[in-house]
Write a protein that binds this ligand. Structure first.
Ligand code: ADP
Length: 447
């Protein structure tokens, strides 16, 4: 087992990783920007190193500063968390070249899945259905028109290097296609440094279903069931559930077996998530994330497993300590992402927390780095807490979620708690009948 791990991240996920390390007896090194000197992930870590000024590109994205911090503190391995450098294949390769262990997949798999066109090709090549789309990048309006005519409108133009719900444009009218293509390419070039875009059919009522997979270096691959992440705003997840209310056991087994087979064939290692759209009983692959996901706790609550611990164990070369038939799905879990944002306009609302009272009780978990007196900095992602609730049934989980949201006090800044409180009382959420487009309409209606 490692003796010391550097956590190349901040906020709740840095704390989350720190907790798994400490339970394993591993010392932690936190890195932080000057804006985060008082952050909880720094306070709890065994050691900390300041790696630069507030802007992420000068600190949390500064690979050289992070590697220097690992060198001077004598860390053996680096956990990247999610976001920042977690899906940067060059960083993963640098970590290994400098003699550290990267707690994650091989650089080649990060690179392959980081380009959505390559990922679609690789996954389709393994016999998995993908959303109907162009086989490769599209640069001229004629080819775009031809594809759109063949599948029908609306279509979705997507940047190959896109992520986090950015770099996507829906085109409903043939007259808007050429302009949409031009705009998306320009945006992709400036945001992702890669102007390649492709086009997919825009599905009218899909659910977002993703499968959590773990793979070790001995060829064992297991899946931990699915998460339903259909509650989204601007193509970004807001609430996630495990298991999905829309799948039956047969569909779960089919999806899990398909994902495990694919990752075994690729020779993938560590944790990964295959994302699908699910419409009219059929799965269509959209992308793969080669890292720990924000929403991993719902899987942990249902499976009774610590995913970060498993990631660390796999990185040491240990085999996964259980077989597929030993994975049990117990009850239901739901996660609410709570952002420091105005709940109506979604404008970021950084500032000082003057009152903080998280909910508690049976089946309630709060993953957050907030504390009373903490100042939420304006420089980073606005998600400040995840409320995760578990129940023996989905109904119990919903009741517990309602009362937990009502208990939660975050004073001094605006948060999206009021939106979540409305959402858990909405009939479509309670019935589990929503699709990926539903929340956007609900926000407009209820706002
Ligand atoms: P990102 O990498 O930015 O998260 P994804 O490809 O994972 O992008 O898509 C994010 C979300 O956008 C999906 O969960 C879904 O809600 C929506 N989406 C993506 N592709 C399609 C599609 N072809 N039709 C309808 N919605 C889509």
């Amino acid at each position: 087992m490692f003796e010391k791990v550097l956590i190349a991240n901040r906020g709740e996920i840095a704390l989350r990783i720190h907790r798994a390390c400490h339970e394993l007896g591993i010392a932690t090194v936190a890195v932080h920007s000057t804006a985060d000197a008082d952050a909880m992930h720094v306070r709890l870590a065994d050691e900390s190193v300041c790696i630069g000024p507030p802007l992420a590109r000068d600190s949390y994205l500064n690979a050289h500063a992070i590697l220097s911090a690992a060198t001077i503190t004598g860390a053996e391995a680096i956990h990247p968390g999610y976001g920042f450098l977690s899906e940067n294949a060059d960083f993963a390769a640098m970590v290994e070249e400098h003699g550290f262990v990267f707690i994650g997949p091989a650089p080649e798999h990060i690179r392959m899945m980081g380009d959505k066109i390559m990922a679609r090709r690789a996954i389709a090549g393994l016999g998995i259905p993908v959303v109907p789309g162009t086989g490769g990048p599209v640069s001229d309006a004629g080819a775009a028109q031809q594809f759109a005519d063949s599948v029908g409108y609306p279509v979705l133009i997507k940047a190959a290097g896109g992520g986090g719900g950015r770099g996507m444009k829906v085109v409903a009218d043939p007259g808007d296609l050429a302009e949409g293509l031009k705009l998306t390419r320009a945006e992709a070039a400036s945001s992702f440094g890669n102007d390649a875009v492709y086009i997919e059919k825009y599905l009218s009522h899909p659910r977002h279903i993703e499968v959590q997979v773990l793979a070790d270096v001995h060829g064992n691959v297991v899946h931990l069931g699915e998460r339903d992440c259909s509650l989204q705003r601007s193509h970004q997840k807001v609430v996630e559930e495990c298991l999905s209310p829309s799948l039956n056991a047969g569909q779960r087994d089919e999806l899990g077996a398909m994902a495990c087979k694919a990752l075994a064939q690729l020779g993938y290692r560590n944790a990964g998530t295959l994302e699908f759209l699910f419409e009219d009983g059929r799965f269509y692959f959209i992308e793969m994330n080669t890292r720990l996901q924000v929403e991993h706790p719902v899987t942990e609550m249902v499976c009774g497993l610590d995913l970060v611990r498993e990631q660390i164990r796999i990185a040491t070369g240990a085999p996964i300590p259980f077989r597929q038939d030993q994975v049990n799905f117990n009850g239901h879990a739901i996660e609410c992402r709570i952002n420091a944002e105005d709940p109506q306009t979604f404008r970021p609302s950084p500032g000082r927390i003057n009152e903080y009272h998280p909910p508690g009780g049976l089946g309630v978990r709060v993953d957050s780095a907030l504390y009373s007196g903490y100042r939420v900095p304006p420089y980073y992602d606005s998600m400040v807490a995840k409320l995760i609730v578990h129940g023996t049934t989905r109904n119990e989980c919903l009741m517990r979620l309602r009362r937990s949201l009502d208990e939660y006090v975050i004073g001094g800044i605006e948060t999206t708690l009021p939106l979540h409180r409305r959402l858990v009382r909405a009939a479509e959420f309670i019935d589990g009948t929503y699709d990926v487009h539903w929340l956007e309409k609900f926000v407009g209606r209820a706002g």
